[in-house]
Design a protein around this ligand. Sequence first.
Ligand SMILES: [Zn+2]
Length: 73
Amino acid sequence: MPMKLYVGDIVQTRKAHPCGGNQWEIMRVGMDFRIRCTTCGHQVWIPRVKLEKSIKKVLVSNAPEEVQQKENP
Ligand SMILES: [Zn+2]
């Protein structure tokens, strides 16, 4: 089952960032996701597959308005 992730979501990762934080805000979605460490503000690009595997829990799910677009081929 594909994970539903949207811009504005806050997710918790299994592995902590070197700064000690393990919560990330999703800035961009797509083939690659851009996520921001909520502790130190560091931003990284990460492939969706890799991010999905590293997510432990979705802490805050942002109600999407782009759901329809996501299903387009
Ligand atoms: Zn950090």
